[in-house]
Design a protein around this ligand. Structure first.
Ligand SMILES: [Zn+2]
Ligand SMILES: [Zn+2]
Length: 302
């Protein structure tokens, strides 16, 4: 089983159409988990192109602006055409449930699979055996979210020799220690760190901001991430426009990456005003060198 996430950029444009870029959508795959962050207009075609199936998807919506959601109802419809019976989970900000079900009603669509909607304003929204997902608010407008995807903390390897040395009786106490809890032995507390070897497996953290201006909350939530995918709607000189529309410039994103001490930064969500991306990349790299520009079809491993 791979210990790496595969991140595929399906759409890297802001709202107005562009010939070379589709609207926002990013696929994040890990083992048998298949996350889709935002579903812009052409997402279904991009999923086909990259051979990403619809049956096992979990959808995360950063917000409900049309450039992040126009492909959603189409995708749900195609699931019905393919007779996919597996339930789908859709996570998003408040109003997501009404947003989806009113559209289904308007289109007279009645999927036979269950649609589970989780509305969130921040906190853990999903946890499985491999990782958990936490949302956090960003200040793009009302109810906009970023997401953190973090693999579980490795508990380490149980060192039986050390357990026997300390006379810890087999059974419940062993189990507790293995699960990471301290236990009492003869009025002494034994901590898991005393009997667990350090695991070589590191935690992996991926942060995706969705649309956001320069935001302290993004910096705090991105701390030490392995990968930060950040709004970069405008070039460096358009700082006033970025503030007005609550988006970021390429250098805002680089500043966040530097302050948050992330490993790698990917810039995305480019407006049609953002033409000279080579220049923007070098502007961003002056602040944060480990930075790349996303394009539709970019695949990276974390
Ligand atoms: Zn957008
Ligand atoms: Zn937006």
């Amino acid at each position: 089983m791979s210990n790496k996430f595969t991140v595929t950029f399906l759409g890297t444009s802001s709202a107005p159409p562009q010939v070379e870029r589709r609207q926002s959508s990013v696929s994040i795959q890990y083992r048998n988990h298949n996350l889709l962050v935002d579903v812009g207009e052409a997402t279904q075609v991009q999923l086909l192109k990259h051979k990403i199936g619809l049956s096992n998807l979990t959808i995360l919506l950063t917000h409900l602006h049309s450039d992040h959601t126009l492909g959603l109802i189409g995708l749900l419809t195609t699931r019905s055409f393919y007779s996919i019976s597996k339930a789908i989970t859709i996570i998003g900000p408040p109003w997501t449930s009404s947003f989806i079900f009113l559209q289904l009603l308007a289109y007279r669509l009645y999927p036979e699979y269950d649609i589970k909607v989780i509305e969130t304003t921040g906190g853990v929204v999903l946890s499985n055996s491999d990782f958990y997902i936490e949302s956090f608010p960003v200040s793009h407008g009302e109810d906009c979210l970023g997401y953190k995807i973090i693999t579980h903390k490795p508990l380490g390897v149980f060192n039986v020799e050390r357990v026997l040395e300390k006379n810890i009786p087999k059974g419940e106490k062993w189990k507790k220690l293995q699960e990471g809890y301290p236990v009492e032995i003869e009025n002494k507390t034994i901590f898991p760190s005393e009997i667990l070897d350090r695991s070589s497996k590191e935690q992996i953290k991926i942060v995706i901001t969705g649309d956001t201006p320069l935001d302290d909350n993004v910096i705090n939530n991105s701390a030490n991430a392995d990968l930060l995918i950040h709004d970069s709607t405008y070039p460096m000189m358009e700082i006033e426009r970025a503030k007005k529309h609550k988006h970021s410039t390429c250098t805002d994103a680089a500043f966040v990456a530097k302050r948050a001490n992330v490993r790698r930064l990917i810039l995305t969500h480019f407006s049609e005003l953002h033409k000279n991306l080579t220049e923007s990349l070098s502007n961003a790299k002056e602040i944060f060198p480990n930075c790349i520009i996303a394009h539709d079809g970019l695949v990276i491993e974390v």
